[in-house]
Design a protein around this ligand. Structure first.
Ligand SMILES: Cc1cc2nc3c(=O)[nH]c(=O)nc-3n(C[C@H](O)[C@H](O)[C@H](O)COP(=O)(O)OP(=O)(O)OC[C@H]3O[C@@H](n4cnc5c(N)ncnc54)[C@H](O)[C@@H]3O)c2cc1C
Length: 302
C-alpha cells in the first residue's frame, strides 16, 4: 500500500518507476541485486515531491548518480533507489560562473566548458561520475578537487526543501563532505576562468595520458577502493601486501593500479567484498587503517 502511493506519485510526476529492479546495470562494477524500487525522475521539480512522499510513507531509499563509486550487494535489498543521472543536464553560463544541475555527468559539463572557452575542470573531467556524486564526496584528481571550483551548493533536504550553502558553510575534506547530513545536491555554481580552447585541450589530454598509463579506467571498476592514509598511497600499501593483481572469483585488484578493484564477467558481491575486507584486515595488521573511498551498499538484514 505504502509503495503503491510512491508508484502513483512517481508516475503522476512522469518519472520511471520499477519495482524489484536489478541495480547491476546502473553501476560501473556491474554488481547489484534487486532494490525495493527504482525511480528515474524526469526533472528536478519532481524530485522534491518524490522525497516528500517517500518520507511521509517512511520508505528507505538511497540516491545514485552514475554508480561509479559503489559496490552493491547482489542479494535483495530492503531500500529503493532514486537515480539522479542525466535527466535535466542543465548547464547555464553567466559571466565566468556556471550553474549546473547535479544529475549532469562531469564529462558533459567539461565538454560544455571547453566549447565556451572555460578552464577549470581539466584535472577532474575524466572522473566518470555525475556532478552530484562528485560534490557529495569532494571528488578530485591530480591535486584538484571539485570544491576548488565551487562557490555555492543548492541542497534539497529530505522534506523536499531547498537551501543554498556557500562553500565555507559546508564541511569539506579529503574525499568527504557533510552533505549526507544535510540532504542531496540539486545544483552547484562554479567559478571558471576564460582560456584558449587549444590550451584546455592540451591540459585535458595530458591528464588522460597519465590515466591511460596508470589506471584501468576503461574497465569495470569503481576507482580507488580506499582513501590514501596520511603521507602514503593506499595502492602502495596494497602492493606491498601482495594484493596487486590478487583475485577472488571474477574480481581482482588491478595489476595496473593496486587500489582499483576490477570486476570481470560473472563477478559476485561476496568475492569483491571479502577480497577488499581481507586486504583491509591485512593492512590493519601492518598498522594502516584504510577507510573506504567507495561505498558498499547492502541490506543490513542480510
Ligand atoms: C575509472 C574510474 C576512475 C575514477 N577516478 C576518480 C578520481 O580520479 N577521483 C575521484 O575522486 N573519484 C574517482 N572515481 C570514483 C567516482 O567516479 C567518483 O567518486 C564520482 O564522483 C562518483 O559519482 P557518481 O555519480 O558515479 O556517484 P555514485 O557512485 O552513483 O554514488 C556515490 C555516492 O554519491 C551519492 N550521490 C550521488 N549523487 C548525489 C547527489 N546528487 N546528491 C548527494 N549525493 C549523491 C550517492 O548516494 C553515493 O553515496 C573513479 C571511478 C572510476 C570508475
Amino acid at each position: 500500500m505504502k509503495l503503491e502511493r510512491v508508484k502513483e506519485t512517481a508516475l503522476t510526476l512522469n518519472c520511471t518507476f520499477k519495482e524489484n529492479e536489478i541495480l547491476a546495470p546502473y553501476t560501473r562494477l556491474g554488481i547489484g541485486g534487486k532494490s525495493l524500487f527504482y525511480i528515474k525522475p524526469s526533472k528536478w521539480s519532481s524530485v522534491k515531491n518524490l522525497f516528500r512522499t517517500l518520507i511521509e510513507e517512511n520508505i528507505p531509499f538511497k540516491v545514485m548518480g552514475k554508480g561509479t563509486n559503489i559496490l552493491i550487494s547482489d542479494r535483495d535489498l530492503n531500500f529503493g533507489v532514486v537515480h539522479l543521472e542525466n535527466f535535466e543536464k542543465s548547464v547555464i553560463f553567466s559571466g565566468t560562473r556556471v550553474e549546473v544541475s547535479a544529475d549532469t555527468a562531469l564529462n558533459i559539463l567539461a565538454y560544455k566548458c571547453l566549447s565556451n572557452n572555460f578552464s577549470g575542470l581539466e584535472e577532474i573531467s575524466l572522473i566518470p561520475g555525475t556532478v552530484g556524486g562528485g560534490v557529495f564526496m569532494n571528488a578530485g584528481a591530480f591535486g584538484k578537487t571539485i570544491f576548488d571550483l565551487i562557490e555555492k551548493v543548492t541542497i534539497l533536504n529530505k522534506f523536499g526543501e531547498e537551501k543554498i550553502f556557500v562553500r565555507n558553510e559546508l564541511e569539506i575534506g579529503y574525499r568527504r563532505t557533510n552533505i549526507k547530513d544535510l540532504g542531496i545536491v540539486k545544483s552547484v555554481t562554479m567559478v571558471l576562468q576564460k582560456e584558449d580552447k587549444k590550451r584546455i585541450k592540451e591540459k585535458t589530454e595530458k591528464y588522460k595520458k597519465i590515466r591511460d598509463l596508470t589506471q584501468p579506467w576503461k574497465e569495470r571498476t569503481c576507482g580507488s577502493v580506499f582513501k590514501n592514509p596520511e603521507g602514503v598511497a593506499a595502492g602502495k600499501i596494497l602492493e606491498e601486501l601482495g594484493y596487486k593483481g590478487k583475485r577472488k572469483g571474477s574480481v581482482k585488484f588491478s595489476e595496473k593500479h593496486s587500489n582499483f578493484l576490477v570486476a570481470e564477467k560473472g563477478a559476485k558481491f561476496d568475492d569483491a567484498f571479502s577480497l577488499i575486507e581481507e586486504a583491509r584486515q591485512k593492512a590493519r595488521e601492518k598498522g594502516f587503517d584504510l577507510d573506504y573511498e567507495m561505498e558498499v551498499w547492502q541490506d543490513e538484514s542480510n
